[in-house]
Design a protein around this ligand. Structure first.
Ligand code: ARG
Length: 275
C-alpha cells in the first residue's frame, strides 16, 4: 500500500472535561491513590487535546462532567456507536456505574438508536470498529472488564461481526490500551497483551498490522486516536510516533501526564461518534 493513501476522514468525537478528576480508588494497576493529581494541569492538557482534534477539522461534542464521577473524563467507556446504532455501557465497577446513564442521555438528544445492554461492557474502551475491513468488522476485548457475553450482544445490536479477543495482562485491561485502528482497515497492537489464540486470530485477520512492543504499550502508545492520516498520541509515546510515521501516518503529540495517573490517555478520553 502506498503512503499517499493515508487520507484523513472528518470525525465526530465526544469528550468530557476532567473537572472532577481524581484518583481516589484503584480499579487498574496504574491508579495510585497516594500520588495527588494536579487538577489545573489535567484540565489544561485536556483542553489542548480537544483543541488539537478541533484544529484538525473534527467536530468535538462535550459532555458535562458530574461530581462524584472522577473517571468520567475517560469518555470512551460510555458507549460504542456504529452507523447510528449505539450499544450502551454497563460498567464493571460500582464507582463508574452512573456514567452510563449520563452517556445515554447524550444519545437521547440525537438521531441515535440506543440499546441498553444486559451484559457488562465498557464501551469503546473494549470495542474498536474497522469500517473498511471485511465489510465492517468490530474487534472486542474481554478478560478484565467487558463480559464476553457482551460481544455477542453487541453483534446483535450493531449487526456487524464481532471478533472476541482475550486480554491477559492486567496493565492492559481495556482493548484500547493494547490495540488501535490506524484507519478504516489497518490496526496496530501489542501482541503479548493478548492470549496466544487471540494473537493468532489477529495475525490471520491483519497480517499487515503495525506491531508495537511492551515499551510502546506502557507509554500508552496504543491508546491513540487516528483520523486515517493524523495519529494523536501522548508525548511519552515517541517510539510509537516513529513507527506510525514509518507507515505513512503523521503523528501529533499531546501531553497527557495527568490522565495517565488514572490509567488512560488519548483514546480513553475520546469516544468516536459514528452516525
Ligand atoms: N480509571 C479508569 C478505569 O480504570 C480508566 C479508564 C480508561 N479508559 C479506557 N478507555 N481505557 O476504568
Amino acid at each position: 500500500m502506498s503512503h499517499t493513501e493515508r487520507l484523513p476522514r472528518n470525525r465526530t468525537y465526544l469528550m468530557c472535561p476532567p473537572e472532577h478528576f481524581t484518583v481516589e480508588y484503584t480499579i487498574n494497576p496504574w491508579m495510585d491513590t497516594t500520588v495527588p493529581v494536579d487538577p489545573a494541569l489535567a484540565l489544561k492538557q485536556w483542553h489542548l487535546l480537544r483543541d488539537t482534534l478541533s484544529d484538525l477539522g473534527h467536530a468535538v461534542h462535550v459532555l458535562d462532567a458530574r461530581p462524584g464521577l472522577p473517571d468520567m473524563v475517560y469518555a470512551a467507556n460510555g458507549a460504542f456507536s456504529v452507523d447510528g446504532r449505539v450499544y450502551g455501557a454497563r460498567f464493571k465497577f460500582p464507582q463508574r456505574a452512573a456514567e452510563a446513564a449520563a452517556h445515554q442521555l447524550f444519545y437521547a438528544g440525537g438521531p441515535w438508536t440506543f440499546a441498553d445492554p444486559e451484559h457488562v461492557n465498557e464501551g469503546e474502551g473494549d470495542f474498536a470498529y474497522l469500517p473498511g475491513a471485511y465489510g465492517g468488522l468490530i474487534l472486542a476485548g474481554h478478560g478484565f472488564r467487558t463480559d464476553p457475553a457482551a460481544h455477542a450482544e453487541a453483534q446483535e445490536v450493531l449487526g456487524r461481526p464481532v471478533i472476541s479477543l482475550r486480554l491477559v495482562d492486567p496493565a492492559f485491561y481495556h482493548l484500547d490500551t493494547a490495540l488501535a485502528a490506524l484507519d478504516d482497515r489497518h490496526i496496530t497492537y501489542y501482541p503479548d497483551a493478548f492470549s496466544a489464540a487471540s494473537q493468532r486470530v489477529l495475525r490471520q485477520l491483519f497480517p499487515d498490522a503495525v506491531i508495537a512492543d511492551r515499551a510502546d504499550a506502557e507509554a500508552f502508545g496504543l491508546n491513540l486516536v487516528s483520523d486515517g492520516h493524523h495519529v494523536i498520541l501522548n508525548t511519552e509515546a515517541t517510539a510509537m510516533a516513529d513507527k506510525v510515521r514509518a507507515h505513512g501516518y503523521t503523528p501529533v503529540l499531546v501531553e497527557l501526564t495527568e490522565l495517565k495517573r488514572g490509567g488512560g490517555s488519548v483514546k480513553c478520553a475520546v469516544a468516536e461518534l459514528r452516525p
